[in-house]
Design a protein around this ligand. Sequence first.
Ligand SMILES: [Zn+2]
Length: 60
Amino acid sequence: MYEFRCGSPVCRTRFTAPTEDELMTEVARHVVVKHRVAKPTKSLVQFVRDNTIREIGVKP
Ligand SMILES: [Zn+2]
């Protein structure tokens, strides 16, 4: 599972998805709808991926 927590101080959105790809799809939709970023740039996507996403387990 992957978890996203929005890094914006005015936004406490949090959600999870089974794969990173699915999570990034949700994240892209989130920034477009909530933060009005029409076309997230590559560096923004990279920033989001590095700073707001983490893998959560499913511990053995
Ligand atoms: Zn947000």
